[in-house]
Each structure stands twice: as structure tokens, then as C-alpha cells.
Design a protein around this ligand. Structure first.
Ligand SMILES: Nc1nc2c(c(=O)[nH]1)N[C@H]1C(S)=C(S)[C@@H](COP(=O)(O)O)O[C@H]1N2
Ligand SMILES: [Mo]
Length: 356
């Protein structure tokens, strides 16, 4: 049985609480805005936010390149700039609704946000550095440091050259027209639109071209596997998801919802890493009968789109459910899928509500 968003999380651990207090989500009423107000965007920080001095920071491009480079923030800011609206979601979003609950950051559904990111495209920098013929991947290294599962590391993720040279991949240094705040990766981060957030390495200080696929800890960790010893499948682009602003008003502690009977407009946002979603459906009876929601244009090619749905709320107990379908034909499932780390779980949101 899928847990409702307001379902019980028996036995939540101190360690999960500790992570939840550091890494906040976007309150779902934030789905109201095209661009998530700064500070309301979700955050995920594995270790500590590292100190960063804009005036001495460099991003070094090295390894299997013909001309290694060391770029200051002044160099990066003086290059051509692009601003694009991007919806970012944590691959662990929805984790805490799985049974049994994988122990990590206990997201319900709120690990998402959309921002206007400004940065310089990565590709021209790679062209200037000149990839050696045997280069297959780039490793992006953050300045944050810690241990996870006993492995001491700087946060590092890789991308294939083909994925890294796409036009939309940026070295981003502004969010919503302001310098990146420390928690979002100041002074500069990688931004990979369409992918789950783990790939957009914050506090970026090194890009290393390598001749072998990178198998660092954070590459191992983001794989779909039933058991920890399985090889698994790499997590890459975001699966489709629709979310709704919980209608009516909440009870403070349990977050249960109450709504007055009558016509009401349900609304929310939907997105996918395979391009804009093409369909959003709403059910008011727990997922038996579905009707199409109305879709508004996407905020950008890599950003969510708003949906609305007119609902005649009749007195009684209801369970609202919403699900998205993307252009590649992926439909949000009603259950699971369960995997060892609780990743890429895009099961449909359920909102129990009392109509009075
Ligand atoms: N250096 C570094 N980059 C990182 C992380 C991190 O812990 N360290 N977390 C990743 C994960 S898992 C996510 S979901 C996104 C979150 O980005 P945000 O906090 O700006 O929303 O950053 C990614 N980049
Ligand atoms: Mo994440």
C-alpha cells in the first residue's frame, strides 16, 4: 500500500530527523509560482557547505585535455551568459513513502524547485581545453568533503562527454538574478537540466577528463537496485511527476486537509526529464476514475508546467490523486517502485481531504 502524504512514518530515526532539519523541501504551496521564490527551493547538501572566496576561487579543467585551464570567477563571468528556467528534483524525492522506508534524507514529495539559473555554457570551455581522443567522461568535483558508507570523499559525479556538451549544460553562478547563495553552491555549480539533482555538482572546483568511466562513490550510490550487492542501473533523467497544492486548509500537526463544499480549482505543476509532460490526470476517488487536467505552457523547455482542474467538492471524505505522462510515454505509477536507496520513486501523490 502506498503511504498517503499525510500517512504515518512510524519509527523515524534521529539520523533521518537530523538530515530533514538540514535539507529542507519546498512547501507544496510553492507550486503556485512559476519560479520558486529564493529560499523556498529545496536543498540537498550531503556534507557541510564549504567556505568559498569568490576572489580566489578557480575551476580547473584538466586530465585528458590538450590545454589545461584554470578559470577565475572573473573569467567565468566574462564569458557569454545564458539564463534558463530549470526544474530540479532530488532523485530521493518520495523516498519516505516507500515500504520499507530506505534510510536516508526522508523526503515525502517536496524535493523540487524551479529557478532561473544564469551561467556560461560548458561546451565552449571544453572546446578550448581540447579533449584528448581517449577522453570518455568528465568528473565534476565539489569542494565539500565527508564520509558516506565509510568512504571518505570530495563530492564527485561524472557525465559522458556527449551528455556534458549539450547546449543546456551550464556552469551556473546566479540564481534568479543574484549570486548563488552558499547553500546552492556558491560561487559556481554545474547545472544539468532534465537530470535529477545529484548531477548538478555544487561548489564546483575541478573538471577532469578521464579515459575510463568514473566509478566514484556517488556514481555507485545513484543506481536502482533491489539489493545493495546488485550492480543496478544508473539514475539519470527525471521521471514524470505531477504535484498538487493541497487544497483547503491544513491542521497544524497532522497536516490533514479540510475544504468547503462547492466548485473548486485544483492546481499544481508537472515536469519530466524527457521534455514537457503531455498529460496530467486527476482522480477524486483514490485512483478509480480519472479526468484530464488543463495544461498551461511550460515555464521553459527544462521547467515544469502548471495544470488546473475544476472539481465539484461534495461533502465527505475523498482522496485526490494526480499523475503525469510525458512525451516519451512514461506514466507515473500509483505504487512504488521500491529500490534499495529509494531513488527515482515517482509514485502518484495522494491527498486525503475532508469536504464539509
Ligand atoms: N558538491 C555537491 N553538489 C551537490 C550535492 C552535494 O551534496 N555536494 N548534492 C546534490 C544533490 S543530491 C542534489 S538533489 C542537488 C540539490 O541542489 P540544491 O540544494 O541547490 O537544490 O545538488 C547536488 N549537488
Ligand atoms: Mo539529491
Amino acid at each position: 500500500m502506498p503511504l498517503a502524504d499525510t500517512g504515518s512514518l512510524e519509527g523515524i530515526t534521529y539520523e533521518e530527523l537530523q538530515l530533514a532539519a538540514r535539507n529542507h523541501g519546498m512547501p507544496l504551496e510553492g507550486l503556485r509560482y512559476d519560479l520558486t521564490p529564493l529560499g523556498m527551493h529545496y536543498l540537498l547538501i550531503h556534507f557541510d557547505i564549504p567556505p568559498a572566496d569568490d576572489t580566489t576561487w578557480t575551476v580547473d579543467i584538466e586530465g585528458r585535455v590538450r590545454k589545461p585551464m584554470s578559470l577565475s570567477m572573473r573569467d567565468i563571468r566574462s564569458r557569454p551568459a545564458v539564463t534558463q528556467a530549470v526544474t530540479m528534483e532530488c532523485a530521493g524525492n518520495g523516498r519516505a513513502r516507500l515500504h520499507p522506508r530506505p534510510l536516508s534524507q526522508p523526503w515525502l514529495s517536496e524535493a523540487v524547485g524551479t529557478a532561473a539559473w544564469t551561467g556560461t555554457p560548458l561546451r565552449p570551455l571544453l572546446d578550448e581545453a581540447g579533449m584528448e581522443d581517449d577522453a570518455v567522461e568528465l568528473i565534476f568535483e565539489g569542494a565539500d568533503h565527508g564520509t558516506q558508507d565509510g568512504v571518505e570523499q570530495d563530492y564527485e559525479r561524472s557525465l559522458s562527454i556527449a551528455d556534458a556538451v549539450r547546449d543546456e549544460v551550464l556552469l551556473a553562478y546566479e540564481i534568479d538574478g543574484r549570486p548563488l547563495p552558499p547553500q546552492h553552491g556558491a560561487p559556481v555549480r554545474l547545472l544539468v537540466p532534465g537530470w535529477y539533482g545529484m548531477t548538478s555538482v555544487k561548489w564546483l572546483r575541478r573538471i577532469t577528463a578521464v579515459a575510463e568511466p568514473f566509478d566514484g562513490y556517488q556514481m555507485w550510490a545513484y543506481r536502482l537496485r533491489d539489493r545493495v550487492e546488485d550492480e543496478g542501473v544508473a539514475v539519470t533523467r527525471m521521471l514524470p511527476r505531477a504535484l498538487m497544492i493541497p487544497p483547503g486548509f491544513p491542521e497544524f500537526f497532522e497536516r490533514t486537509r479540510t475544504l468547503d463544499a462547492g466548485p473548486t480549482t485544483l492546481e499544481g505543476r508537472a515536469w519530466s526529464g524527457a521534455g514537457p509532460v503531455t498529460r496530467v490526470e486527476v482522480s477524486a476517488d483514490g485512483g478509480v476514475v480519472w479526468d484530464d487536467a488543463r495544461l498551461e505552457p511550460a515555464v521553459g523547455p527544462y521547467a515544469w508546467r502548471r495544470w488546473t482542474f475544476g472539481w465539484m467538492a461534495e461533502p465527505g471524505e475523498h482522496e485526490l490523486v494526480v499523475r503525469a505522462t510525458d512525451g516519451a510515454g512514461n506514466v507515473q505509477p500509483l505504487d512504488g517502485p521500491w529500490n534499495h536507496h529509494g531513488l527515482a520513486n515517482n509514485m502518484a501523490q495522494r491527498v486525503p481531504i475532508t469536504v464539509r
